[in-house]
Design a protein around this ligand. Structure first.
Ligand SMILES: CC(C)(COP(=O)(O)OP(=O)(O)OC[C@H]1O[C@@H](n2cnc3c(N)ncnc32)[C@H](O)[C@@H]1OP(=O)(O)O)[C@@H](O)C(=O)NCCC(=O)NCCSC(=O)CCC(=O)c1ccccc1C(=O)O
Length: 275
């Protein structure tokens, strides 16, 4: 595995995020360091666009989600644009759209790695949680603040966290609103690795390079399998859609299409013998 430095190419311009690619990896960076990378509606819309771009780019096999600078991965919803009905966009409309982004990350067929330096707090903490893997710098701090600031994420923020680290610890995080350091997060199984913060990107890229050596279809199927029960019928739909895609690639699936196009009865006889 190469340990060569990576050279990112910036290929899309957004106001709140950065989108860069290199070596089959897309790096999506929340770029609001002056607000500890808290997200406003425009940030979330741009993240959704960037994940769509990475999903549909055939050259991309792994995605990194991170925050600009070393102070924070993401401090959750931007409380300074929070109105009485949600987070207010530049046109004055209230939103709660980070839930769409959470599901998009889970449904993305490519592995998504959270690269966490500094704070992953509130909705920012849930964002790293919904990623497939989390690599943290040794300065990382994790926690929820919802019950302190008048918010809660009782969906994936509660249920997926409990499935990840256990019910008692998940409840502790939400009911006490404490912060936890990277060593504790690793010990709890909340993250995958801790490295000195100055080695964070190199380590994350090493993990991505390793996944890029593996079968994309196998990674896609196993990700959908991991998420299927937590996501309910929508999770089974994702897994089943992948299975349909594989079936389309088979001779048996193509015989059905060919027979219809050739206006003849399909001959599936030779496929019945599989154990
Ligand atoms: C993250 C901190 C612990 C960092 O502390 P520190 O290093 O001391 O820095 P500060 O001086 O506090 O902050 C620096 C600077 O950044 C601004 N800032 C930080 N966080 C935010 C924020 N969340 N919103 C707006 N601005 C922020 C801060 O004001 C400073 O700027 P100044 O100009 O000096 O004022 C600490 O900053 C901290 O605790 N931040 C708040 C964390 C928080 O409570 N986040 C919100 C949690 S609730 C949430 O995220 C819900 C949103 C959500 O995801 C959701 C949930 C359920 C359904 C739907 C949704 C949805 O769609 O939104």
């Amino acid at each position: 595995m190469t340990t060569q430095p990576i050279t990112w190419l910036s290929s899309q311009t957004y106001s709140d995020i950065l989108y860069e690619t290199a070596e089959g990896i897309a790096k999506i960076t929340i770029n609001r360091p002056e607000r500890r990378n808290a997200f406003r509606p425009e940030t979330v819309s741009q993240l959704i666009d960037a994940f769509h771009r990475a999903h549909h780019d055939n050259a991309i096999g792994a995605i990194i989600l991170t925050g600009a600078g070393d102070e924070a991965f993401c401090a959750g919803g931007d409380q300074k644009v929070r109105g009485d009905e949600g987070y207010i966009d530049e046109g004055g409309t209230p939103h709660l759209n980070v839930l769409d982004l959470q599901m998009q990350i889970r449904r993305c067929p490519k592995p998504v790695v959270a690269m966490v330096a500094g704070y992953a707090i509130g909705g920012g903490h849930v964002l790293h949680l919904v990623c497939d893997l989390t690599i943290a710098g040794d300065n990382a701090r994790f926690g929820q603040t919802g019950p302190r600031v008048g918010s809660f994420d009782a969906g994936l923020g509660a249920g997926l966290m409990a499935r990840t680290i256990g019910m008692k610890r998940a409840k502790e995080i939400w009911l006490l609103c404490r912060q936890y350091d990277a060593t504790t997060a690793l010990d709890w199984g909340l993250i995958n690795a801790v490295v000195p913060v100055d080695q964070l990107e190199a380590e994350t890229v090493t993990w991505c390079r390793q996944m890029l050596q593996l079968s994309p279809m196998a990674l896609r199927m196993i990700k959908a399998g991991f998420n299927a029960d937590t996501d309910g019928l929508a999770g089974i739909q994702e897994l089943a859609g992948n299975a349909t895609g594989l079936f389309y690639m088979s001779e048996e699936g193509q015989e059905g299409r060919n027979a219809w196009l050739e206006r003849r009865a399909p001959d599936f006889g030779k496929y019945r013998k599989r154990p």
